[in-house]
Ligand binder design. Structure first.
Ligand code: MG
Length: 466
């Protein structure tokens, strides 16, 4: 009897393998790739070994960068959480979906808005093409039921719906002390499975590990078919938390412990991909939602040689450390071409054969030629929105700033006419204004902004609804 059962299991396994994975004559698989996006919160450009940090040890990410691509000019759609995430998941600048505002920069626990049903998410694009989909970790695109991931293309969700510093409890010491000496009990943050709160307050010391456990369980369960996993860590957004195993591990202190725990858990994800034999069928993107939160001193990260951080339209706010890994599908190397999280939706659609959302103005480009090492990036520039306004624009090596302000703190808005102009390839730290030498470039960049504005339709801000 057991022999018959074993035979049936083998036959079923073979059928499943045939339906999901076609083997070419060379033995290379031709099935559409699975995608894993590991998205950190407030990780700075200079916070990884592979991006030059001298004391934070990130061996798994460094190996991933050596085996894959290290992108040095990769941007997010905005310098704070909610609009940045909206940009990644829709392939559209958040001004188009209403997931930005100049009055309230992100969604808060008292917000009643979220991602509109009219938006087509990356998860919907891939699920309609037969992918299994999962969101794990921080969401921040609306915490009411109709906005949660399972209503926007994800088969399953496990995570925290907004930032881990929100909804302070009465036990929390006021001011910074509750943030720099944090306890989970200080933040009434819910942990949600699909649509149900399963823990409150979320035990934050365990989040990096538990998110990864959930991610690995999903990969194991869906190994036989293409999948899309969006793993959005709550860390290293302050208040910082790490598990006991990582306390005191890093020479960089508390913040370094947190990054080293993330790195170890990236290693666990890649190990599971390898163990299941999926490394030739999986593309993993590791990046961050915005720059480091500099106003928290030691508890914030570093933008390395870039200027400023989270919340600002300087490079440190929106250029993020990005690694793309996919042995056999991604040509290894250092990529100095331009890319953006806005590009993931069209790129993944292209690689999977999925249809792009119809009649939708996308701001992303298909980066497939760069991933394969066959051609240049179709992305030649970037818009830098602060809230609902364009404060800066990049085209080629030049970036013009029309307004500037640090991400946080009391600095006043400075308006620039003529705009400040930096040559980012010569001067990535934005320290030498070359506006006087290039009036023609400034005129061209101003025209780029005008042309872009003409494509933007006014929609209500979701961040202002309470
Ligand atoms: Mg963030």
């Amino acid at each position: 009897m057991s022999a018959i059962r074993a035979l049936i299991a083998v036959l079923l396994g073979t059928l499943a393998a045939c339906s999901s994975t076609e083997q070419s004559r060379t033995g290379a698989t031709t099935r559409p790739p699975s995608f894993i996006v590991i998205f950190c919160d407030d990780l700075g450009y200079g916070d990884l070994g592979a991006f030059g940090h001298p004391t934070i040890r990130t061996p798994h990410l460094d190996r991933m960068a050596t085996e894959g691509q290290r992108w040095t000019q990769f941007y997010v759609a905005a310098s704070v959480c909610t609009p940045s995430r909206a940009g990644l998941l829709t392939g559209r600048l958040p001004i188009r979906s209403g997931l930005c505002s100049s009055r309230r920069r992100v969604l808060f626990p008292d917000s009643a808005g979220g991602i509109p049903d009219e938006e087509t998410t990356l998860a919907e694009v891939l699920r309609d093409s037969g992918y299994a989909t999962a969101a794990v970790g921080k969401w921040h695109l609306g915490h009411r039921d109709s906005f949660l991931p399972t209503r926007h293309g994800f088969d399953q969700y496990f995570g925290v719906p907004y930032s881990n510093d929100m909804d302070r409890t009465s036990e929390s010491p006021r001011g910074r002390i509750g943030i720099v000496e944090p306890k989970s009990e200080y933040f009434n943050v819910p942990l949600i499975r699909d649509l149900t709160i399963v823990e409150r307050p979320a035990q934050q010391e365990t989040l990096t590990r538990r998110y990864t456990d959930e991610a690995i369980a999903f990969i194991e369960r869906e190994a036989d078919r293409p999948f899309f996993l969006y793993l959005a860590h709550s860390m290293p957004h302050v208040p910082l938390f790490r598990s006991d195993e990582f306390v005191g591990r890093s020479a960089r202190g508390y913040y370094g412990d947190v990054i080293e725990e993330i790195d170890a858990n990236v290693g666990r994800v890649l190990e599971s991909v390898r163990r299941l034999g999926l490394e030739k069928d999986t593309i993993v993107v590791f990046t961050s939602d915005n720059g480091p939160w500099l106003s928290y001193g030691d508890h914030g990260g570093s933008a390395g040689l870039l200027r400023q951080g989270k919340g600002s339209t300087w490079e440190g706010g929106m250029r993020v450390p990005t690694v793309v890994w996919g042995p056999g599908r991604v040509a290894p190397g250092v990529v100095t071409e331009l890319g953006s999280t806005l590009d993931l939706l069209p790129t993944f659609a292209s690689l999977s054969g999925a249809a792009l959302p119809a009649e939708t103005k996308l701001d992303g480009h298909d980066l497939t030629p760069v991933l394969r090492g066959t051609g240049p990036s179709p992305r030649t520039g970037m818009f830098f929105y602060r809230g609902a306004e364009i404060w800066a624009v990049r085209e080629g090596p030049f970036k013009a700033h029309f307004k500037t302000r640090s991400g946080y703190g009391g600095e006043k808005v400075q308006e620039h006419d003529p705009p400040l102009l930096y040559h980012l390839e010569h001067d990535p730290g934005e320290s030498r204004n070359v506006a006087k030498d290039h009036p023609d470039v400034i005129a061209r960049l101003q025209q780029v902004v005008e042309d872009h504005r003409a494509t933007v339709e006014q929609v209500p801000s979701q961040l202002e609804i309470r």
